[in-house]
Ligand binder design. Sequence first.
Ligand SMILES: NC(=O)c1ccc[n+]([C@@H]2O[C@H](COP(=O)([O-])OP(=O)(O)OC[C@H]3O[C@@H](n4cnc5c(N)ncnc54)[C@H](OP(=O)(O)O)[C@@H]3O)[C@@H](O)[C@H]2O)c1
Length: 448
Amino acid sequence: MAEIKRYILKRLEVLAEQAKPLAKPNPGVSALVVQNREILSEGRTQETKHAEVQALEGLKKIQKYSAKEADLYISLTPCSFYGKTPPCTDAIIKSGIRYVHAALYDPDERLQAEGDSVALLAKQGIKLSYSFPLEYCLRIFFLNIDYFFRQRYKQPFVTLKYAMTLDGRMAALDGRSKWISSLAARSAAAKQRALVDVVWIGARTFLLDNPRLKAEAKPQEKLSEKQRKQSLKGDFPSLKNPAKPLKEPKAIVFLDRDFSEAECQKLLDQKYQLLGSERKRLLWLVQKDFTQALKLAESEGIEIFQYPAKILKQASAFFDFVCLLSAKFSWNSIYVEGGSRTLFRFREAGLFHKADVYMSFSFFRSQAGDGGLIPFSQASLQKKSKQSKKDVDIKAEVSSITDLQLSSIHIENFGNEGLLVRGYTPLAKVTELCQLVIPNFDKQKTKS
Ligand SMILES: NC(=O)c1ccc[n+]([C@@H]2O[C@H](COP(=O)([O-])OP(=O)(O)OC[C@H]3O[C@@H](n4cnc5c(N)ncnc54)[C@H](OP(=O)(O)O)[C@@H]3O)[C@@H](O)[C@H]2O)c1
């Protein structure tokens, strides 16, 4: 098969990126109909319409469209089952298009149950092939890794995010942390929130930092005239419809202290940015049965969820609880934004798939005097080890003090304002997932 042209790859990627914040928890998927090197129509997944359906519907208004000459390009296998919408394979068959090119496999079990889309389309004389370049597939893969991970392992995909100084501190012990991260870093973090289902913080971070936890980036609705000329020709009817408003992530506050009635009351203070108009995004995880204050909070739109006390003591119980919550609310992705003890709890439970570490090019102010809060700290770490130095085998110590080596590292440089180190831990099982969803992954990898 002929190589897929760069302008098609680029446009499909941009549309998939735009689709992700609109489609979550579904994957961000894009589609293009191309005829004689011209993009006639395009689509991207939204909550209700799938990308290929949108692109095919767009063709209705285009007179020069000829099914025999057009090809459909999509970033993920078209669905062959009834979900919220009818199967996309039906729409493809109806369109008369004969050639479909898909980038990644969709591991959704319903696809297997309903029959392979390749065979199903082949019966109608339509060829569905997979021959996108590996580097393109990888970019679409990482965009939707949370979806693939949840499909395969039935667990949420968890990113632990924090900002720290060059000497590894994320706050003063009295709670001050403003501003370790730069404006550039904060705006990059806000964009990540647009891609996730849930942002999770500890109670102390809620009380001390009073965060907004909002996703700032809106998917770009319109291309600039220059971009449009560079990458595309033609009219794009499907995108004239206004996109759905961006879905802000749910904001979870984990109250791991058994809060008294008065403390709960204080948490409802209007000074907190996550209250007011944002309260419908809030989910409080509480230990206690409903107090008057919690009842009031619930009546005002805050979601309250009671958890079993054992999750504070057992990492495995915490793991099960987070998986249960994710299944109940259909979350693929959780973005944990601290503080330190909250990060520790997730890491200890093995819920740590991706790290987003923002480093500022500064040091912790020595006058703060207390050494500062390090990431993943817990009270017991502060107790000195009684083990004598002499007893420690130096080699064993060296090989055991680091773990969770990151892979697929991405470094974003904000100039003098610091940098972002992003990577995936072995718990993300990146290679296994790539083998599952990227066609001929091992073969392509050996070649490259
Ligand atoms: N640099 C960054 O990226 C970043 C990000 C987020 C937060 N932070 C900073 O991290 C710090 C918070 O982290 P953290 O590990 O202490 O907590 P956390 O993970 O935000 O919250 C969990 C802890 O809060 C404690 N807590 C609950 N209510 C409290 C209260 N009224 N007073 C004091 N503690 C209370 C609980 O302790 P008990 O077990 O005692 O109930 C619980 O262990 C803040 O200073 C925040 O500014 C930094």
